[in-house]
Every structure is written in C-alpha cells, then in structure tokens.
Design a protein. Structure first.
Length: 365
C-alpha cells in the first residue's frame, strides 16, 4: 500500500498540449526540465513526442537521459553548458544554447573532430540578467559565429522576467529590445526559430509576441497557472492528484500541544489523524496551521508544524480509519493556492512533490 503518491494523467496532458497548440498556432517546445517539474520527464515526453516540435531541458545530463530513453525529437539545452560538454552534445544531436566565446571555441573544435555540424540557438539577454549575450555585444558576437563552418544557427531566443505580471511595461520593454535586434540583423542571418514566449507570455502577451514562431511551455501542460487570473484566457484540465494515507488516530484533551515547536494547542477535545506525508515529500512546512487537505471530499485542517515525514490533521467528528486516503491536492488551483500561502511560485511547489518518496502513478499512458 502506497504511503504518499501522485497520479499523473498523461491523457489530459496530451489534450492540454493540443489546446495550447491550437491557441498559439505556433511551433511547440515543451519544457521538461527538472524531471518535468518532478512529475516524470521520460514518461511525459514519450506520451507527447508526436505532437510537439522540441523538448527543452536545463542540463546536458537531462538531454542525454531523454536520448537514452529513445526520444528522437529535437532537444534544446536551455541553460548554458560547459565547454567540456560540447562534444557530447554534438555527438548526440542536442541543440546548444550559445552565448559565450568559450563554448563557441569548443564547438569549433568538436565539429572538426566529429565531422558533423552543431545546432545552436543564440541566447540574448534582453533584461532577465541571467545568461545570454548582452544586447550591446550581440552584433559582434553574431559576426564571430557567422565566421564558423559547421554551425547551424537554427534559433535565437530570450527570456522574460515578468511575463505573468498585470503591469506589462517591463515585459514589453524586453520584447521590443528583442524585436529591435531581429530587425537590425534582418537579411544577415535567417533564424528558423525566434522565441521568447513562456507559459504566462502566451496568455498575457499574445499580441506583443505575434512575430515569434516558437513557444516554450512547461507549467501549463499540467493545467497549473503562473497566476490564477490567467486561467480565464485558456482553461485547461488540471492533471495531477496527490494523496497520502492515515497511519495513526488518537483523541487528545483540550490544551494539548502538538508537533515540533508546539505551534498549535487544542481548544477542545480533538481527534487527530497522523498522515504519511511531510516536507520530505514536498508538503511545504510553511503550510503548517494554514492549509487543509481533503478526507472523503471534506476539508480537514493541518494542525501543528508539518514534520519531515508526517503531518497532523484535525479529524474531529469525521468517519475515519487507518489506511484511509487523504487528498493532498487535486482540485483546480490547489498548487497555486499553496504557492500563494508559502510565498513562492507554483513551479517550486510542483518540484517539491517531485520527491522520490512521492511515487508517480501514470494514467492513460
């Protein structure tokens, strides 16, 4: 019997991808980095490979794992790789994010050694401040790349820092910087893919991003939204359900302190259920005394501090027995609500539930 687990509906993910493709009308890169937000990179990629154009990962190791799993579609390592990883990327037909001279120098060597071309997408920093060629250095860098033989400059891209904000000024400034660069190099090089749109951008900045032809979607394939207000722009199915079980039940009198830090004291005789999930499984400790799980469809409040392996619930007056299943999440906006309480983003909440102790069970695969 499972202690704690997540059910991933691959069929609903497939349908969400189809809906997003229809909504955008553009080529589709699905971001499966961080084991697809902890929900199973290989399983999800296999399910949707026939309806996407590209896979995006954060590391070379993730890309190699997809190749070894039999994924044939194009894979872009969206983060930078170190020079020593270039040859392995080229050998495996993995697209490299190019934004520094050290990697360019190693690509030059690798294509000669291997006798095959390297595919790259040049990354431009328009205001994220993370990785990418600075706007003022871009033309000089591009000329360096153009000198090289054996490099397929397939794409150019940037990344938005505030795409989910209602205030669109900064995002529009970034987009306009990107458009300006593309205009300036028009005729000098023809990039097959020009992309800046992530999940929030396709909903919040659709008109501004009309000239671009590839979208990068991660969070939305699960029907989880960077901000809840974006749901009305494109309603999608929520595809994840998380569960745990009840392992212990007891009654305690009024005035009983509970769990680490004694952050909760009972105000009446209370029936308490101990569940087999904790922050070691992804249930964030900051939800302690602030969030409710569901037992037989009814909310039951978390009381006391969430522990690494266990969480206490107030089940007073409820029909409950050992082994009963408790829903941790599974309704619309559960993940977003957790993120709001914790003060983080939904992506971090999902990655937390990617814990190996939360077994992933795949449906409609």
């Amino acid at each position: 019997m499972e202690r704690a687990w997540v059910e991933v509906d691959l069929g609903k993910i497939y349908e969400n991808v189809k809906k997003i493709k229809k909504f955008t009308g553009k080529k589709f890169l699905v971001s499966v980095k961080a084991n697809c937000y902890g929900m199973g990179m290989v399983e999800i990629s296999r399910k949707i490979e026939n309806i996407v154009d590209y896979f995006g990962v954060a590391t070379l190791q993730e890309a190699i794992e997809l190749r070894e799993a039999g994924i044939k579609k194009k894979i872009l390592v969206m983060g930078t790789i170190l020079p020593e990883g270039v040859e392995e990327a080229v050998r495996n037909g993995i697209t490299i994010t190019l934004c520094n001279k050290e990697v360019l120098k190693e690509i030059r060597k690798a294509v000669k050694r291997l006798g095959k071309s390297a595919t790259v997408h040049i990354k431009l920093d328009t205001g994220m401040g993370r990785i990418g060629v600075k706007v003022e250095d871009f033309k000089d860098f591009l000329r360096e790349v153009l000198k090289e033989k054996g490099i397929d400059m397939e794409g150019i891209f940037s990344h938005l820092a505030t795409a989910e904000w209602k205030d669109k000024d900064y995002a529009r400034w970034q987009i306009n910087r990107f458009k300006k660069i593309l205009k300036e190099i028009e005729g000098e090089v023809n990039f097959k893919f020009r992309h800046i749109e992530n999940s929030p951008a396709i909903l919040n900045l659709k008109e501004e991003c009309r000239p671009f032809n590839l979208v990068r979607i991660g969070l939305l394939i699960f029907g989880v939204y960077p901000e809840k207000y974006l749901y009305r722009k494109l309603p999608l199915d929520f595809v994840l359900k998380g569960f745990t079980r009840i392992f212990f039940i007891k009654e305690v009198p009024k005035g009983t302190y509970l769990s680490y830090g004694i952050s909760f004291c009972t105000k009446r005789k209370t029936r308490i259920a101990t569940t087999g999930i904790g922050y070691g499984d992804g249930l964030r400790r900051h939800l302690s005394n602030r969030y409710s799980l569901r037992l037989n469809g009814k909310k039951v409040r978390i009381i006391g501090n969430i522990c690494m392996d266990q969480t206490l619930l107030d089940v007073t007056g409820k029909d409950v027995k050992l082994g009963d299943k408790v829903m941790v999440f599974g309704e619309r906006f559960d993940i977003e609500d957790m993120a709001q309480i914790v003060g983080t983003v939904p992506q971090e909440i999902l990655c937390g539930f990617g814990s190996k102790r939360m077994r992933k069970i795949y449906k409609n695969g």
